[in-house]
Design a protein around this ligand. Sequence first.
Ligand SMILES: Nc1ncnc2c1ncn2[C@@H]1O[C@H](COP(=O)(O)OP(=O)(O)O)[C@@H](O)[C@H]1O
Ligand SMILES: [Mg+2]
Length: 343
Amino acid sequence: MHETDLPSGIERHHVAYPLRKGGELLAVLEVSADGALHGRPLETLRLLAQVAAEAISNARLHQHTAAQAASLEMLSHQLIDAHQAEQATRQEVEELNEKLMGADQLKNQLLNTTSHELRTPLSSILGYLDLILDEHAESVAEEREFVGEARRCAEHLLHLINDILDISRIEAGNLSIVPGSVDIHALMDDVRSTIAPQARQKNIELHVQCHDELLALADFRRARQALLNLTANAVKFTEKGSVALTAHDNGDAIQITVSDTGIGVSEADRANVFEPFFQSDSSNNRAYPGTGLGLAITKRLVQLMGGEVRLEERQAAVGSAFSMTLPKNVISEIRQPTRGGVS
Ligand SMILES: Nc1ncnc2c1ncn2[C@@H]1O[C@H](COP(=O)(O)OP(=O)(O)O)[C@@H](O)[C@H]1O
Ligand SMILES: [Mg+2]
């Protein structure tokens, strides 16, 4: 406490209290008053100083606690993030593992199933060539027949190898699609002329119906491969009757349906036909040749182009119908009206 004489002569008293808490100086409380300060007011000021010191200390403590809570919260967020990152990495590793196991399984399946499929036509080729080399052909015509059979087997072998390479590439994610405008009419015509000899040989009628001018956004080569697989199956699994290819715009996409009057797919097999290597009859001496890869390849190819392949619900007493969709080529559709107009 100290006193000062002011020039005006008024006696003014100043009191300064250090505000302390636990030995630390928090602030200084200064009070000035006219006249002397003592007794109760001084006592009240001392008390006030104590309360103020307590309040400042509490406020500081609160501030400190809040800062600590914030940094704790940040730390817990960081921990959660780290935990999530670790979980994501673990999931990625698990997925990769699963993929690797799947690829390994596929590789084993490929080796087991296809070794038989590959050996059969190769043995036939060697057999026919031996017949010719050992001069077993009784005429030039028969020799030609043997050469023709050997060639047919070689073609089948090539087809098999292509299928195996395709499914391996697709499974490895290495097959790229080159999208462009695909004229569905041209696509169906192409498939028809490729399959026509097989259908004629089996005496099966082959119908193609596509009234409208339909354009899809797809890869012609891959769309052809998919439709060819479905149509080849239809002809292969049909002994009598017809195979029909129809196309229409279903509003969302271009839909091509391949229906046949063949042996059909049983209820039990419906869920499995798109699985790699699945064949209703997988015995070694089955009536229908193949690897069971056609539909698996077709499904994946069409999916890569943004479409879907489906086995339709059985509608007729005989046969089956598979359909594939392809995205519409909307840009070309808008340009279409100028076609055929008066120029
Ligand atoms: N149009 C069809 N009619 C009857 N069964 C079919 C038809 N298409 C496919 N399937 C069944 O689905 C299986 C798988 O077909 P796919 O993958 O093309 O193999 P693959 O033709 O080599 O046997 C066939 O073996 C057959 O059992
Ligand atoms: Mg097939």
